[in-house]
Design a protein around this ligand. Structure first.
Ligand SMILES: C[C@H](O)[C@H](O)[C@H]1CNC2=NC(N)=NC(=O)C2=N1
Length: 96
């Protein structure tokens, strides 16, 4: 069962993500990042790879794409805030 991150876990888990360009939206208890690519093909290719991981892990990003830019927000709808699944998916997205 997925649970919201505790205050202690939150600090440990979020710090490295913030260092890698993720920002925390405290109001929504979500993290966001904008990825920029050379062109649409690169952006959409990345989204396709990301979508396969999201489906595999049954954890899906909120995202939008305009040409070479992809804006991603991660939060766990089932618990109404950030969980370890968001951190796991964020780390994966950063490696794709
Ligand atoms: C039924 C299904 O497992 C759930 O609705 C999953 C699907 N993908 C999800 N994605 C995200 N981001 N949060 C969720 O709580 C969530 N729940």
């Amino acid at each position: 069962m997925t649970e919201k991150l505790s205050d202690i876990a939150r600090k440990t888990v979020l710090e490295p993500l913030i260092a890698d360009g993720w920002t925390v939206d405290e109001d929504r208890d979500a993290i966001s990042k904008t990825y920029k690519f050379d062109d649409f093909t690169e952006a959409f290719g990345w989204m396709t790879r990301a979508a396969l991981w999201a489906e595999k892990w049954d954890h899906h990003p909120e995202w939008s794409n305009v040409y070479n830019k992809v804006e991603v927000t991660l939060t766990t709808h089932d618990v109404g805030g950030l969980s370890s699944l968001d951190a796991k998916l964020a780390r994966k997205l950063d490696t794709l």
